[in-house]
Write a protein that binds this ligand. Structure first.
Ligand code: FAD
Length: 424
């Protein structure tokens, strides 16, 4: 069937990549992007330069307004889809408008998790994180309790990150760690709690995880291995009871950075299959053939959701190939990046702690950037984490994608040009 109209719901990197790829690949039909924001913007800076005050909203938009006009993309900004009807190809907006299309692409991302462990209570009338009708967390403007997913979240948090402010960050994953670094840069006093020791071992392997986590203490952050029992909003801030401590502690602000819930509401209500994400096949098609899903909201059956920027972007390219019935982009090892305390970290593939099947190889000296840590299964690299060494991450990705056999000694030797290993 020739597709002559496509409607994308959600203006994050996945949605914007989808419309960009469609036009780049010659799709000339009607193209509509429904975006909750007036102009779609990028999220990674929200915990880094934007939060630090080094970049403004204009500098983090994914495309300037004129681009949508030039590409003949109808951008419906500041709008929310409230229902989809796949059989009729309909999308209903909050203002009552009903749009139709041959294909609907859901790119609705996710919302920050509000942890059940934090029994958030209040003893003043300032309000708390609650859910609105769309199940998105709403943190009232003046609340000292924060999540970080949207520009408005970053704006609110930044007003509290003043020198000497006491910030508790719950969750030392990538976003929690980045905010700890940014907040220290702004002069805040930071306590970072996570039940895992070290956090992120599943993503970066145990060695790199230990070193990366150790950076927090080296930069004046109090990093604790514990959980939060209660969070009580008071008239002066927040009283937090940490597990294992006799008394509660006082903070000016608390950031809950404990993960993401995929935004599956529209799909569920329309009867599409969902399970920890909108379930899709390798072409991003959901359980209804005219609806696709891309980015953080989608999950490839039998796989984990990626929750990384590039994965969301590639989903857009795959959805485009499905819609245009062209060759999909090659499958590559997943890649992500993160920044903390002036260091740039990149990860590819799958990191494992050493065991009977896997070994760890360090290139350079662990803890002295630039260095990289590789996971090998047999003679093949399956994952790598590179600190201040993007070239190593790039080559590791090629080694993984091509399944090249390597000698651990060659990998470990920083004087050996890694790219020569690709020629084997
Ligand atoms: C603070 C932060 C820092 C990050 N840093 C990094 C990093 O350094 N490296 C990295 O690899 N990844 C990073 N990520 C992850 C990366 O940004 C995400 O994986 C990526 O944004 C996912 O894109 P998406 O388009 O799928 O979803 P989103 O970016 O969540 O976009 C979805 C959009 O859909 C909208 N929407 C939802 N429902 C509706 C509806 N019903 N109607 C209309 N619109 C709707 C939402 O408002 C949102 O604008 C970071 C994420 C955050 C939050």
């Amino acid at each position: 069937m020739t597709v002559s109209s496509v409607l994308v719901v959600g203006g994050g990197i996945a949605g914007v990549s989808t419309v960009a790829e469609l036009r780049k690949n010659g799709y000339a039909g009607e193209l509509t992007l429904i975006s909750a924001d007036a102009l779609p913007y990028d999220r990674p800076p929200l915990s880094k330069e934007y939060l630090a005050g080094g970049r403004d909203l204009e500098s983090i938009v994914l495309q300037p307004k004129q681009w949508y006009a030039d590409q003949e993309i109808s951008l419906v900004g500041g709008a929310a889809a409230v229902a989809i009807r796949p059989a009729a190809g309909e999308v209903e907006l909050a203002d009552g408008r009903v749009l139709t299309a041959d294909k609907i692409v859901l790119a609705t991302g996710g919302r920050a998790v509000l942890p059940a462990v934090a029994q958030v209570r209040r003893d003043v009338s300032v309000g708390l994180p609650v859910s609105n009708g769309q199940n998105r967390p709403v943190v009232p403007d003046r609340s000292p309790i924060h999540v970080l997913r949207e520009v408005a979240d970053a704006d609110r948090l930044r007003t509290q990150l003043v020198p000497g402010a006491r910030l508790l960050i719950v969750g030392a994953g990538l976003i929690g760690a980045e905010v700890a670094s940014t907040a220290r840069g702004l002069g805040a006093e930071v306590v970072l709690v996570d039940p895992l020791s070290p956090p992120l071992a599943a993503a970066v392997g145990i060695e790199a995880a230990r070193w990366l986590h150790g950076l927090h203490a080296a930069h004046g952050v109090e990093a604790l291995t514990t959980t939060v029992e209660t969070v009580l909003e008071t008239s002066t801030g927040v009283a937090v009871q940490l597990k294992g401590e006799p008394d509660s502690r006082e903070f000016d602000a608390v950031l809950l950075a404990v993960g993401l819930v995929p935004e599956t509401g529209l799909a569920e209500a329309a009867g599409l299959e969902t399970s920890r994400g909108i379930l899709v096949d390798a072409g991003q098609v959901t359980s209804h053939p005219s609806v696709l899903a891309v980015g953080d909201c989608a999950r490839l059956r039998d796989h984990h959701r990626a929750e990384h920027w590039e994965a969301a972007q590639l989903d857009g390219a795959r959805a485009t190939a499905t819609i245009l019935e062209t060759e999909p982009p090659p499958v590559t090892a997943p890649w992500w990046w993160s920044d903390r305390y002036g260091l740039h970290v990149e990860g590819v593939g799958e990191m494992r702690s050493p065991d009977a099947e896997h070994q760890t190889v360090v290139r350079g000296t662990l803890g002295e950037p630039p260095f990289s840590v590789f996971t090998l299964r047999g003679e093949q690299v399956i994952g790598a984490v590179a600190v201040d060494d993007p070239a190593a991450a790039k080559t590791a990705r090629r080694l993984i994608d091509r399944g090249v056999d390597v000698r651990p000694a060659d990998l470990a030797d920083p004087t050996q040009n890694l790219r020569t290993l690709l020629r084997r």
